[in-house]
Write a new protein. Structure first.
Length: 234
């Protein structure tokens, strides 16, 4: 589809003899939040790693914004506008919150980062001058998201940001992700918390053992025999 920002076609990934992704094909459009679900080990983080450039696909194509990106290193993809958060947040612990965001701003698409606006977006204004290492894990997740935003992404990959958050924190993150989509950012959100995902997505992809089992709304997914079997089975 020509309106898509990102398109994967026939993507395969092996680690040694283990086939981790097999014939994965999907796209995401600007302003869309696409959910990515599946049991542990189904290949969700690997999908994010292939898009962000931590790993290369063994077969298939990944096209982003008109560029074939599968051979580009991670920093080139970041400059094109792809960034991600981590399942375990990675922040510079000995720098302040503000410095973390300022540093990240140098690694993405060229722009003037509005650091104060980003701090407000991720609800860290009051902690701007604290060392990142002194933040709670949840605040580090917010900072990790803020660092990704500082690169001015067109596509944001969010890996299990909801785990461990209380309902109020989940509500705040859901609202923020929707605000980012409303700005035109495309998001791929990996998440186990299906209520959370149901609030923010119209379409999800279900992975099972590296294969796409389903593509559609979460409500439809819950009636799909293959999806139900995969979840009950594993
Ligand atoms: N760097 C790696 N080397 C070897 N195996 C890996 C590597 N990364 C992931 N895997 C394997 O790939 C499979 C999918 O992992 P992953 O994408 O992290 O799953 P998910 O995020 O869905 O839980 C698992 O079997 C995992 O052990
Ligand atoms: Mg994972």
């Amino acid at each position: 589809m020509s309106s898509e920002l990102l398109h994967l076609a026939g993507v395969n990934k092996r680690f040694g003899g283990l086939v981790v992704l097999n014939d994965v094909t999907f796209g995401v459009s600007p302003g869309e939040i696409l959910g990515l679900v599946g049991s542990n080990g189904s290949g969700k983080t690997t999908t994010i790693n292939l898009i962000s450039g931590m790993y290369r696909a063994d077969a298939g194509s990944i096209v982003f914004d008109g560029h074939s990106i599968n051979r580009l290193p991670m920093f080139r993809r970041a400059r094109l506008g792809i960034n991600r958060t981590f399942q375990v947040p990675k922040v510079f612990r000995d720098m302040t919150v503000r410095e973390n965001i300022e540093v990240a701003a140098h690694f993405g698409r060229a722009h003037e980062a509005d650091v104060d606006a980003i701090l407000a977006d991720v609800d860290l204004t009051g902690n701007a001058d604290k060392l990142a290492g002194s933040l709670t894990v949840n605040q580090q997740k917010q900072l990790d998201l803020g660092r990704a935003l500082a690169t001015n992404p067109k596509l944001l990959l969010v890996d299990e940001i909801g785990a461990g958050l209380n309902p109020a924190e989940l509500g705040a993150i859901a609202a923020l992700l929707q605000k980012l989509a409303a700005r035109g950012i495309a998001l791929i959100v990996v998440e186990h918390l299906l209520d959370f995902l149901n609030r923010i997505t119209e379409r999800v992809i279900v992975l099972g053992a590296g294969r796409m089992l389903f593509q559609g709304s979460l409500a439809q997914a819950s009636h799909d025999p293959e999806v139900v079997a995969a979840f009950i089975g594993g």
